[in-house]
Design a protein around this ligand. Structure first.
Ligand code: NAG
Ligand code: NAG
Ligand code: NAG
Length: 194
């Protein structure tokens, strides 16, 4: 298992706030993970605070990461991610949509540039009011796979109960929780991150 291998792809970049992202690679094909069977987009909108993300060297300096999801007139979601890197504000605006609302309502497509292809964003488990657990995995030639995972919460601070629940869920799905990295949320500036 190689951590921190560099892989350049705007398509799969979620909160990386740049064109280059570090991904977690694993042997063999993707674990058998599915998105949740129902999804209410309306309830999913609004602010989310990033608590855990898979290890990513390029994100390691980024603190106070936050996401804001708003419905657009065309039914897509406007994604606005913001945070701080080395004390400087950074942000990225993306577009997401549910490709197959009938058969796969919690599988979103997302991109951060109109020039990039859409990547996957699967909602594995959300209760809308407290947490969301997002996961995506891509097979590469049947030999290896790379994956992303995030845990976002409505509250700036994640509760121990939610953390335990979601980490246990991840482990049951054979998602390696040791890849989850936290970030510094101390003294995040008002109005931007808290
Ligand atoms: C989705 O959530 C909204 C807001 O709570 C609610 O009004 C709506 O009925 C829900 N839609 C479905 C299909 O449950
Ligand atoms: C996002 O970043 C750009 C470029 O640094 C900046 O001009 C803009 O004000 C930022 N937007 C917000 C809402 O912070
Ligand atoms: C987190 O950020 C705050 C405010 O910038 C800083 O005072 C604190 O030392 C940082 N903590 C760590 C562990 O980096």
């Amino acid at each position: 298992m190689t951590q921190g291998t560099l892989y350049t792809s705007a398509a799969v970049c979620f909160l990386c706030l740049g064109a280059v992202s570090t991904q977690v690679f694993g042997p063999g094909s993707c674990p058998n993970v599915n998105a949740q069977s129902t999804f209410n987009l309306t309830r999913y909108l609004g602010d989310w605070f990033e608590q855990y993300r898979f290890y990513a060297a390029f994100e390691s300096g980024q603190d106070c990461a936050k996401a804001n999801y708003q419905l657009k007139p065309d039914g897509h979601i406007r994604i606005f991610n913001s945070g701080f890197k080395n004390g400087n504000p950074v942000n990225a605006t993306g577009d997401a949509y549910v490709a197959d609302p009938v058969n796969a309502p919690a599988k979103l497509k997302l991109r951060f540039s109109s020039l990039a292809p859409y990547g996957d964003y699967w909602v594995i488990d959300t209760d809308y009011d407290h947490y969301t657990f997002i996961y995506t995995c891509s097979n590469v030639l049947g030999l290896t796979h790379y994956e992303f995972a995030w845990i976002l919460t409505r509250s700036p601070v994640i509760s121990e109960d939610v953390k335990t629940k979601l980490f246990n869920e991840a482990k049951a799905l054979k998602i390696d929780t040791t890849h989850f990295a936290t970030q510094n949320r101390t003294n995040c500036p008002d109005g931007i991150a808290l």
